[in-house]
Design a protein around this ligand. Structure first.
Ligand code: F6R
Length: 623
């Protein structure tokens, strides 16, 4: 059986202890998190009949129906909605996971779970699932069996052995008044009520119960009872955390305080990239793992990337990565074109279908076409068990979490991360990349999320309260046309910048390869036309600079995306959006960020609904 990892913080967690019947409170809390998307749900409670758990794949209504035929009662309980990132949505993979007296819900990934599992099995522990979460349940149960004085002690002792990311919430019928919650790189809050307490992964789950919230910090362990909450670090030292009065509306809380899902998702990108790389990138070995997928690398002719829209632009970046690292020819095709001609593809080719939703009809059609002609098809999607994943031989998942804004942002950079892993993996399998080169590459990739965070924070220091790039947006909001220019790996970024602007601001925008301008389109440049030039330091810099000067000579208004510390650009561009310095291969992860923010800012300045632009839906499934 494959190893099934829990989702990261895309899952929903709730907990309750107090005088009320716990299960309805839990179900209500989970329903408040439905907007985030999920594929299975479960609850556990401790009552007269001890610890009971009910879990189901599918919607919350399926769980509610199951609870009608198998009711569980008690005044203390926990619940979870799971968004699978690995391992199909099923009852076995749904949370809570139980071992002996302990049941656990978890968001995150335990990186050393195989080692821990081996040790537990050697001590006679039997596992009923392949999840990493079940390791938590066994370890905590073992601590209790070994005489831990409290559930908090058992959890702290366990956490000291665990490496990885988590938000966990634990119940044990040996300590039937306690909920223990702990966080490390996955959000978790405690809600304080009147003689009752709550726990949740997200504030919206609690807003109709209480507005008094404790935001747990990294490394915190909270012991939550109906009338108290004590917080310690993992070593057991007491900590004090303020109780904050949350004034957000439910709608704002769903967006974690951001005014729009799109902006929230733009800011989630460092996390989405880090999660997509987690456990797959091996910096010491200079290699990448694809979750055990065995690609037919022997006799490989070609890689063909198939996608639509933003995913197609990610594929265009992917071509550079794959050809450079793996030295194998790589073609990129629009899925809608590929499937409707007589494409040359077959045995010896790997087709990679890239789709956020995993449901896009054209991409699905292209997958079927490629398979029918004998190619091996790998899917890169964000939705486990989606149609494209099912129709492909291998599925490799981005771990961006549900993308709610219609304009794709975090899935784009997560797709770049997945394609980087694929390129590194192919390079090493084909023996064309040395270990040392792989190590250099992998360590640069591992450093990217932090650079992305710096870049976003510098461009938009207070995104929840002050719209980003306001002055720029006010100046350009009434323009009819925009031009985006880039070269090499930043050419697809110019295309993506133009697409983002078109789809949410409804301003006509063209993305062009900077070197192609002189072959015709330069005729379009007239006084004050906004020309956005992606011109980071690195290969091609001088050439893009000269293309920029061509546009400037025709009185276009130059907006440059340029590297921190580049002073030459100051003489050439009227407006500069800065990105941190990065190796050429990794620049697209950064250069796209100001373009996403620019499109967002202009759309907001025009009063558009950025989360639900006109004429567009989240996935295009109609033939
Ligand atoms: C643009 C956008 C679309 C999608 C395209 C493919 O922001 O979201 O262009 O990228 O419809 O969708 P997926 O990736 O779901 O196949």
């Amino acid at each position: 059986m494959p190893v099934v990892k829990s989702a990261l913080h895309m899952c929903g967690i709730v907990g309750y202890v107090g005088p009320k019947d716990a299960v309805p409170v839990l179900v209500r809390g989970l329903s408040r998190l439905e907007y985030r998307g999920y594929d299975s749900a479960g609850v556990a409670a401790i009552g007269k009949n001890g610890l009971r758990v009910v879990r189901r794949p599918g919607k919350l209504s399926v769980l509610v129906a199951a609870l009608e035929s198998e009711p569980i009662e008690g005044h203390i309980g926990i619940g979870h909605t799971r968004w699978a990132t690995h391992g199909r949505p099923s009852e076995d993979n749904a949370h809570p996971h139980t071992a002996g007296s302990v049941t656990v819900v978890h968001n995150g990934i335990i990186e050393n779970h195989l080692t821990l599992r081996g040790e537990l099995e050697a001590h006679g522990r039997r596992f009923s699932s392949e999840t990493d979460t079940e390791v938590f349940a066994h370890l905590i149960d073992q601590e209790i069996a070994g005489g831990a004085k409290s559930l908090g002690d058992a959890v702290r002792a366990t956490l000291r052995r665990v490496e990885g990311t988590y938000a966990i919430v634990v119940l044990s019928d040996k300590f039937p008044g306690d909920i223990v919650a702990a966080r490390n790189a996955s959000p978790l809050v405690v809600g304080i009520g009147d003689g009752e307490s709550f726990v949740a992964s997200d504030v919206p789950a609690l807003l109709d119960q209480t507005r008094k919230i404790i935001f747990l910090e990294e490394g915190d362990v909270a012991e939550v009872r109906a009338t108290s909450c004590t917080i310690t670090d993992r070593a057991g030292h007491a900590l004090s955390r303020p109780v904050e009065e949350v004034t957000w509306s439910a709608a704002l809380a769903e967006k974690d305080g951001y005014p729009h899902f799109m902006l929230k998702e733009i800011f989630e990108q460092p996390r989405a990239v880090a999660d997509t790389l987690r456990g797959r990138l091996l910096p010491d070995a200079g290699d990448a793992l694809l979750d055990g997928i065995q690609l037919p690398v022997a006799g490989l002719n070609r890689v063909v990337l198939l996608a639509c829209g933003t995913s197609y632009y990610a594929a265009l970046v992917g071509k550079f990565l794959i050809e450079s690292l793996a030295r194998v020819p790589c073609e990129v095709d629009l899925a809608s074109e590929f499937r409707n001609r007589d494409p040359v593809i077959g045995v010896g080719d790997i087709a990679v279908a890239i789709s956020q939703s995993g449901e896009t009809a054209d991409t699905l059609g292209a997958v079927r076409e490629a398979r029918a002609r004998g190619a091996y098809v790998l899917a890169i999607t964000n939705v486990v068990g989606s149609a494209i994943a099912r129709a492909s031989q291998g599925s490799f998942y981005t771990r961006a979490g549900p993308e709610i804004g219609v304009a794709s942002t975090k899935c784009f950079t997560a797709q770049l991360a997945a394609l980087s892993l694929l390129a590194l993996h192919l390079g090493r399998r084909r023996g064309l990349m040395t270990e040392a080169a792989g190590q250099r590459w992998a360590s640069s990739l591992a450093a990217l999320p932090e650079k992305m965070t710096h870049c976003l924070e510098a461009l938009a220091p207070a995104p929840k309260t002050e719209p980003p790039l306001q002055a720029l947006a006010a100046r350009f909001r009434d323009r009819r046309d925009f031009l985006f220019l880039g070269r090499g790996m930043n050419y697809p970024i110019a295309l993506e910048g133009a697409l983002k602007l078109k789809e949410i601001s409804y301003i006509h925008a063209e993305g062009y390869a900077a070197g192609e301008m002189k072959h015709g389109p330069i005729a379009l440049i007239e006084k004050d036309l906004p020309v956005l030039v992606v011109v980071p330091r690195g290969p091609g810099y001088e050439k893009v600079m000269s293309n920029l000067q061509e546009a400037r000579a025709r009185d276009g208004t130059i907006i440059a995306v340029a590297t921190d510390g580049d002073t030459d650009i100051e003489r050439q561009a009227e407006i500069i959006l800065r990105i941190p310095d990065a190796e050429a291969f990794l620049q697209p992860f950064l250069t796209v960020l100001p373009l996403q923010l620019l499109a967002y800012a202009i759309a907001i300045a025009r009063g558009n609904d950025v989360d639900q632009p006109r004429n567009l839906a989240k996935s295009v499934t109609v033939e």
